[in-house]
Write a protein that binds this ligand. Sequence first.
Ligand SMILES: C[S@@+](CC[C@H](N)C(=O)[O-])C[C@H]1O[C@@H](n2cnc3c(N)ncnc32)[C@H](O)[C@@H]1O
Ligand SMILES: [Zn+2]
Ligand SMILES: [Zn+2]
Ligand SMILES: [Zn+2]
Ligand SMILES: [Zn+2]
Length: 629
Amino acid sequence: MYVNTFSVSALIMDVQRGHCWRCEKVLPQLTVPCSRCNIAVYCSTPCLGNDTARHSSVECQMFGPQRCGNCEKTAPNMKECAGCSNAWYCSKECQRTDWKSHKPSCRAAEDSMKRAAKALCQQRSATYKISGNFPYYIGNIFARDFLQLEDNELTSGVKENSLARDYHILSAGCGNLRNTVLTAASLPDEYHGKLYISLDDFDPFVMARNVLFLFMLVRFADTDYIASSLTTIWYSLHIYKREYDLIKTSLDELTQMSAQQLHDTTKGLVSVLDKDLRCLCQVWERWQSLECQRDQKTSVNLKQQRNALFGTDILMREGVPFYLAELSKNEKKRMREWFDHALFLPSESRKSAVPFDNPTLTGRDSDCWYDDFTPIVPKDHQFVYCINTDAFPFREWDCLRVRECSSGSFTSPMEMYHSYVTNLLKKVRRLIVQERLFVHVFLDNCLVFPERHQSLQMTNYDRIITSNLADIVGFARLLQTFKPLLNASNRFSVIITETMNWFKFIPEADTDSMLCPRQRIQGCNDAYSIDCNRLRFPGHNNTRDYFNNTPQFLQYLRADIMAGGLGIPSLKEVPSFESVKKYHGLQMRDFRKGQNKLVPFQYRLNARILNMMNGYDRAVEWCLPQSSA
Ligand SMILES: C[S@@+](CC[C@H](N)C(=O)[O-])C[C@H]1O[C@@H](n2cnc3c(N)ncnc32)[C@H](O)[C@@H]1O
Ligand SMILES: [Zn+2]
Ligand SMILES: [Zn+2]
Ligand SMILES: [Zn+2]
Ligand SMILES: [Zn+2]
């Protein structure tokens, strides 16, 4: 059946609006929708057929009509069991009749939520310490465009106003610059306002790298190679002399500057408080003093350090061959090279001799423990190679978008990615030259950021992005902290929260867990082999694509709010999902109705083999009530 429809909502899934849910090509006039949920759309009947195994096991269950747990009738607007969020009924009578048989699983879900809340509460009441991680020079979640005006402000009101006004964004626990870069580079051509981004992260190593990169973009804006060089410096283990000299010159200048001078030389691009600058300076001075010439005896020898790190990481050593096995022949060869050498160079490079180690890939050891209110003192640390083995460029950028932006003529994934990031940086440079991008840098614990914001009398935000800080501080504390900072006069203002660790607290949600029913795991394996046309091998994450664990995710949210933590008392009873959706006077965008407007609730893994995702990330968006449209 071909009908004339277009996907209504912007971000029902991780497929771009107006594209086929299977092949990702632009939809033709006549499209084929899934007849069950009427939400998935395809360019053709074959695409619909090919996607059935995948789509029917996850989103169709989430978006489509539910089946009554008693009479098995299927209809939209079924009533959900408020106890477990995992059973549906067409009527009160049906619910009553089914209660006897539903009761055990409903009670088990309640127990599971209480257990999770207790564990979360304990984790948060222990002196909050963060550690065991290297600095996030390279992140582990996709870069996001935080504005997406086309699907937000530009969908209503006077378009011209939305294209002319300024936008303010707060990125709390910002990690590296990838989100700043993607957001700035994705502004529509017709937009002519200014973009103000506040970056907050308490890690001076990460922030020193961010400020260095921003400085370099301005300082060398008049060269035609800075964007490409910066991409190399962002990711490559070894660099050419040109890149090394760029770093050296920049560090020599930066370490001599006051905050005011930095602000003035960058024409306002970088604002940083003097106390923070002094801390960043400690990182820069150490990078300055490292011996990076690889042929010197006293050199830092990043290659050796990296090999040692991989050598002790069993998970990675075993995981990489599985990952490579899924790739095409050429990709496999190239990616193996990347795992061996970590060179990340533009297409025109000779790879034979890259004479310098990249000092910006060094920093504190992952063994460092620090609590949230004691600042890290960089100069107390030995500077070592510090990139997490699981953090790599191919994880940071959605490979579907990268491919889409590439002409297809690249000989390797590295070159394709290099060119993609370079192009983004060129767009950012243009914005900087036009003096339309302003970045405020804060080395604060995000929980005290509102005080800083108030003391500096800064403007409220149209977007507040909190990375996966919810995993560390909990939803309750996060939402209470940042709600007052939202721009109430913009109905598209939103707080974005993400979680990656939720699986650990609701074990039924994970196909790897002993508590996951065998039958469901088998179902996922079967769906995988139909969908990808091959057998699943052990240790392989990608069967998570076929496991609808959204009911378990709702249970997690309820348990997390129940736990409170960090100054917020825990609740006596498990809160209903309805009350969680209205937590603290906010309005959650219901991801089960496809209401997310900025970050997809969940991503498909098998569509993105190159990204080597684990399928754990979930994104939830919260807005002020009048802006819930
Ligand atoms: C939550 S971590 C996780 C990494 C993130 N998924 C990424 O890919 O960048 C992100 C950043 O938050 C920072 N962070 C953690 N707790 C923080 C806090 N309480 N205040 C400010 N920054 C924090 C870390 O230093 C890290 O750079
Ligand atoms: Zn298609
Ligand atoms: Zn469907
Ligand atoms: Zn019924
Ligand atoms: Zn129930």
